[in-house]
Design a binder for this molecule. Structure first.
Ligand code: GTP
Length: 321
């Protein structure tokens, strides 16, 4: 079975981090975002087709040297074709039921259960659905009592939203869906889904967790969710002095002086947190340094970046442009 991962977006909301790193390779809890998806695939998936565009060379380099235990095929778009156009562009690889993923969603969905439901309902596609309090920033669906999707709304106002169920960005499709995608730039959510409702598009609700990691806030929420699930971890740490720790945290190959770390802090290899520094709800990426007396809160400090002595970085993404 094949899985297509849409991994060609610009990742504008994570800039400046995504100027140098395509979003699928941005590290989350120690491994690239896209690896979280690949590692969660059922064993029956033997091939991953990555629909790439923006910074495709970086993705090619990553997959050349990292074995994912599955065949990985990268298919490039000369210009970003949108979520539907990207699927159409990989059509030659798809001849049977396939899985498709937005490349930046982390969730606890049981893909085998979703496949079972897809086969049971027998439609052209099944869309994973997640319940939220405020659906207005998302794609919203209405269901009939059998679970068939009757309507799609993209980012409706809160008052207009037909339900609290949102498109969770994971799909199972029959290859016939590709016949409904025209050439060029096409949006799956806005153009294709409304067209194929008559062919049977079903919803699959699940529980547990779901986070779209496309923004600083949601990235940090995903980090916290995964670290709470995994528990606090410390590897190869060098400490000089007394460190006040509050979980969840993950410290890997870092150097720490007298400082306060946590809650929700991931410190990557080679990073340094110096005397008097306070770090909370943040990721300190490889080789970054939080200098003496600095404060970092609600922030992503990109690889090799230096937070100057005594400064405060709050709610920011710091990275090379
Ligand atoms: P923002 O610019 O911050 O909105 O991020 P994004 O460009 O990743 O867009 P968005 O989060 O809406 O995309 C959802 C998923 O679809 C991500 O995994 C993107 O990589 C992917 N995606 C979006 N547009 C394209 C495209 O034109 N081609 C391909 N191959 N993937 C896309």
């Amino acid at each position: 079975m094949k899985a297509v991962i849409l991994a060609g977006g610009l990742g504008t909301r994570l800039r400046p981090l995504t100027y140098r790193t395509p979003k699928p390779l941005v590290p989350l809890v120690g491994k690239p975002l896209v690896r979280h998806i690949i590692d969660s695939l059922p064993s029956r998936v033997d091939t991953v087709v990555l629909a790439v565009s923006y910074m495709k060379e970086a993705l090619e380099d990553y997959f050349r040297v990292n074995d994912c235990g599955r065949k990985v095929i990268l298919v490039n778009e000369t210009q970003p074709l949108g979520t539907g156009g990207a699927l159409k562009n990989v059509e030659e690889h798809l001849d049977e039921t396939f899985l498709a993923f937005n490349g930046d969603v982390i969730c606890s969905l049981d893909l085998n259960a979703m496949l079972h439901r897809h086969r049971q309902m027998g439609g052209i596609g099944t869309v994973a659905l997640w319940e939220v309090e405020d659906p207005s920033p998302f794609g919203v669906v209405a269901l009939d009592p059998t679970g068939r999707i009757t309507r799609f709304q993209e980012k409706p106002s809160r008052a207009e939203a037909v339900s609290n169920l949102i498109n969770a960005g994971t799909y199972i499709f029959e290859p016939e869906i590709l016949d409904h995608i025209g050439p060029g730039v096409v949006s799956l959510e806005r153009e294709v889904f409304p067209q194929v409702l008559v062919d049977g598009l079903f919803g699959h609700e699940f529980e547990g967790y779901w986070v779209d990691c496309g923004t600083r806030e949601s990235y940090l929420k995903a980090q916290e969710t995964i670290m709470r699930f995994q528990g606090d971890r410390v590897f190869d740490l060098e400490i000089r002095g007394k460190v006040a720790l509050e979980g969840p945290y993950h410290l890997d190959g870092a150097y720490l002086e007298d400082c306060q770390v946590g809650p929700n802090v991931y410190v990557y290899p080679g990073a340094e947190i110096m005397s008097g520094a306070i770090v909370s709800n943040s990721a300190i990426m490889a080789g970054a340094r939080v200098s003496v007396g600095a404060q970092v809160r609600d922030s992503l400090i990109g690889p090799g970046q230096v937070v100057p002595q005594g400064s405060s970085i709050i709610g920011q993404i710091i990275a090379e442009r």
